[in-house]
Design a protein around this ligand. Structure first.
Ligand SMILES: Cc1cc2nc3c(=O)[nH]c(=O)nc-3n(C[C@H](O)[C@H](O)[C@H](O)COP(=O)(O)O)c2cc1C
Length: 177
């Protein structure tokens, strides 16, 4: 599948089969994830691969979201994306570790898709519960996590804004915003 079709057909998946996935596949995905560009090539991201049932359950519970709780329980892996904030930079008061991690997560999701696997970024969770479980140091931000495994639901692409709502040529255009 070409890259355009891969990106367009990819959706967040919130139901997973319990079928195992080889650790080498996960490592291949994470290698591609870590090829993302980053602030001064500092690569602030760190990935925690969780495959224990108790660990996946606790992480899912930390989201407080019923579908994500089941997704984390069923998927063979949950990948937790963290960042050494100080390894990234700040511009105009904006901290770029989130940007760096977004790029890495995007690579991760597309690499997973290319392997026939599914993901769902989860950014809403009780950070303390995951920090305690994984022993993540205080100077490291827990940015997001995703279940990783085979989809147990069909991909129904979500609608996007029309291109002329988000693309301007040569100058800013007024919108309903
Ligand atoms: C930063 C970020 C945080 C997200 N957090 C959650 C989340 O906590 N729970 C969830 O079910 N989906 C979460 N999502 C997934 C979005 O809801 C999803 O990407 C969006 O609805 C578009 O759907 P699609 O990914 O299927 O195209 C998050 C996505 C992003 C980019």
């Amino acid at each position: 599948m070409d890259i355009h079709s891969l990106i367009k057909s990819k959706t967040s998946i919130r139901a997973y089969r319990k079928d195992p996935v080889p650790l080498e596949t996960v490592q291949r995905i994470l290698e591609t994830a870590s090829m993302a560009p980053s602030w001064a090539n500092r690569q602030c991201w760190r990935f925690v691969v969780v495959d224990t049932q108790v660990g996946k359950n606790i992480i899912g519970q930390a989201s407080g979201q019923p579908k994500i709780i089941k997704a984390c329980k069923d998927a063979p892996y949950v990948i937790v994306l963290c960042a050494y904030i100080r390894e990234s930079g700040v511009k105009n008061g904006l901290e770029y570790f989130m940007f760096d991690c977004g790029l890495a997560m995007s690579n991760l999701m597309l690499a997973a898709e290319a392997e026939g696997l599914a993901t769902c970024i989860v950014g809403w969770f009780n950070e303390g519960a995951i920090r305690g479980l994984l022993n993540v140091p205080q100077e490291v931000a827990i940015v997001a996590f995703t279940p990783l495994g085979y989809a147990d639901e069909s991909r129904k692409p979500r609608k996007r804004k029309k291109l002329d709502e988000v693309v301007y040529y040569n100058q800013w255009e007024k919108t309903q915003n």
